[in-house]
Write a protein that binds this ligand. Structure first.
Ligand SMILES: [Fe+2]
Ligand SMILES: [Fe+2]
Length: 630
């Protein structure tokens, strides 16, 4: 297919950068139509075309034909999303946002946030995702209940990815509540999505009965599919049902839904649907005692998913998870462990690859923008370049910081662990007489110490203690994963962060990991962070350990003086914490202040408020008299 229209449009922009006038509008309309036609049928081979359309749109100066431009790049965005091209998809979301703001179009602005939220969640940056969804929700009220329900369902997807299942379930309940007042059939059906996400939340929390109830309600609201996309979504729902039913020992029902899964999965020969069908069948066989056939079905589902390459990676993960589960059920923990190890490796590689591509893409876009806006005046140009460089570094740091929060959420639901560790590390550095800039740099770098946990899979619902321990052990690879991730960023300021990520689990006596460094061979900033990290973990608890009072944590640290921790630093540390305790009645509040001001904390507050608003309204409806009291 030729690209005549886009070529003509690019030429026109060379002489008419504002794309003003009728001719420009006509050309742009043609480009938009071609974009829409191509999007429906396009394969990944058309990527160049869509990138060209996006770039040409980005070059337009001023606000001519804004509405047309938005629908044109929206098609590009859908193409990028469909093919897993996260970098350009994020760029589209940014362009949409800018155009929508310029034309004061709140519906498009909301769409841009929702789209960004979905993409960020897809590649595992759930903090960015939640920030966008919270903004979406604020704007959705003006668009009616169906949109609100959709936004809430997307929010729940991100919360589930983040491991915040309780919040995900509450958000879904809120969506259902909103749908209740709606007579419109579509709102009732859209709420089915909320029930599906609720069921997934319960599944991960191992609350299988309410999970099954939710997925039943979801299926009751699901209309017969009319085309490929809704058939795929039905397949996913049936597959979710199968998993929950199996956990509850309802083998016959699981089988019936596995058959349904098969029926819908056959539509349109979609590889993901085919894979899910096989996984559902294989799991049913295993649970029913047909072990050999079941394992074979699952192993071949995995082999099939591997053929698909990058685009079917989520299916690949689903197959691996099912195998881990199946081998655990049949009492072959070693095979389960092998698959778990492979799963962790694959997730790490995929996440690293996606992150690297998104970061490179952002860098390319930011640099290009810088060159375009550089004025001719030489001195001013130099200054502007410097400002742009600082902005670039800050925006990348911010991106890493939000990734680090995402990683922290796996073990601590507030997302503030990194901030508290950073602050405490900086205070220790201050005690040691470090200059202000140095301790500030340490604070920022230390926030990223656990960023490698982003590469460790979310919960796999393992029941045997042996495997749970193994999973926790595999978690220790987060030091190397994090260091590699930061090393690839080529932002010089992140060198210290890289060292910290790599060495914060080394022990003074040389028995830590990953390098078994001892004594002063462990970089000083990593030795400081090690203390702050353990202190914070002890005083806040972990999913597998309760929180301790400060005194007990300090005693514990004292006992590890000279084995795990640098002895001199330990003394300074304990002294410092005792003093801070006297100076700040609420030490947590003080150390976590930066975290509570972060956009992530604000987004979560927004979600919490929104849930409370909903609750208030329900209470008022139940007791109308209370409205007149105030
Ligand atoms: Fe760590
Ligand atoms: Fe940590």
């Amino acid at each position: 297919m030729g690209s005549g229209h886009i070529e003509q449009f690019e030429k026109l922009l060379a002489t008419n950068p504002a794309a003003s006038g009728r001719e420009a509008k006509l050309l742009l309309t043609r480009v938009a139509n071609e974009t829409q036609d191509r999007r429906v049928s396009a394969s990944i081979a058309s990527t160049d075309f869509f990138v060209r359309v996006m770039r040409a749109n980005a070059r337009i100066r001023g606000s001519a034909h804004n509405a047309l431009r938005m629908s044109c790049i929206w098609e590009c965005g859908k193409f990028f999303e469909m093919h897993g091209l996260h970098g350009p998809a994020i760029e589209i979301a940014g362009q949409l946002e800018a155009l929508a703001r310029r034309s004061n179009d709140t519906a498009w602005l909301r769409k841009s946030f929702t789209f960004a939220g979905i993409i960020y969640a897809e590649f595992g940056n759930v903090v960015e995702a939640l920030i966008r969804h919270a903004k979406s929700f604020d704007l959705a009220a003006a668009e009616g209940r169906s949109v609100q329900i959709t936004v809430l369902s997307n929010t729940a997807v991100a919360l589930n990815y983040a491991g915040l299942h309780h919040e995900a379930i509450q958000v879904c309940q809120r969506a259902v509540e909103i749908s209740r007042g709606e007579t419109d059939r579509s709102a009732y059906e859209i709420a089915g999505t909320a029930f599906c996400n609720m069921a997934l939340g319960y599944l991960y929390l191992e609350q299988f009965s309410p999970g099954l109830e939710a997925i039943r309600e979801c299926l009751a609201r699901t209309a017969e599919p009319q085309e490929g996309r809704s058939a795929l979504s039905r397949t996913i729902r049936e597959w979710t049902f199968v998993q929950l039913a199996l956990e509850l020992g309802l083998i016959d029902e699981a089988r019936a839904h596995s058959t349904a899964c098969e029926r819908y999965g056959r539509w349109g020969d979609n590889p993901r649907a085919n894979g899910l069908v096989a996984i559902a069948r294989g799991l049913c066989q295993v649970y029913a005692g047909d072990v050999t056939d079941g394992l074979e079905t699952l192993e071949s589902a995995l082999a099939k998913a591997s053929e698909g390459g990058v685009h079917h990676s989520s299916l690949h993960e689903d197959a691996r998870r099912a195998l881990v589960k199946a081998y655990e059920v049949v009492g072959r923990p070693q095979s389960a462990l092998d698959h778990l190890t492979a799963l962790i490796n694959e997730i790490r590689i995929r996440r690293e690859r996606t992150l690297a591509s998104v970061l490179d893409w952002r860098r390319a876009v930011e640099l290009a923008a810088d060159i375009d806006s550089r004025p001719l005046e030489f001195r001013e140009a130099k200054l502007r370049a410097r400002v742009a460089e600082i902005q670039l570094i800050n925006s990348r740091l911010e991106m890493f910081e939000r990734l680090a929060i995402t990683a922290d959420l796996k073990e601590e639901s507030s997302g503030q662990h990194g901030y508290r560790v950073g602050k405490l590390a900086a205070l220790v550095a201050g005690e040691l007489g470090w200059k202000r800039e140095a301790s500030d740099a340490l604070e920022v770098a230390a926030r990223l110490h656990d960023i490698g946990k982003i590469g460790v899979p979310d919960r796999i619902l393992l029941t045997s203690k042996e495997l749970k321990d193994a999973e926790r052990h595999l978690m220790s690879s987060h030091t190397l994963i994090g260091a590699e991730l930061l090393a690839k960023s080529d932002v010089p300021q992140l060198k210290m962060a890289e060292d910290i990520a790599r060495f914060h689990h080394e022990w003074w006596n040389g028995t830590g990991y990953p390098a078994k460094l001892a004594g002063k061979r462990i970089p000083i900033h990593a030795r400081i962070v090690a203390l702050a990290d353990v202190f914070d973990a002890l005083t806040h608890g972990r999913p597998y350990a309760p929180a301790w009072p400060i005194e007990r944590a300090l005693d514990e640290i004292q006992t590890r003086r000279g084995t795990q921790f640098d002895p001199e630093l330990t003394d300074r540390f304990i002294e410092l914490v005792r003093r801070l305790q006297k100076e700040h009645a609420d030490l947590d509040e003080y150390l976590g202040r930066a975290g509570r001001n972060s956009p992530f904390a604000q987004a979560r507050n927004r979600i919490r408020l929104m849930l409370e608003e909903g609750r208030d309204r329900v209470e008022k409806q139940a007791n109308p008299a209370s409205q007149t009291v105030h």
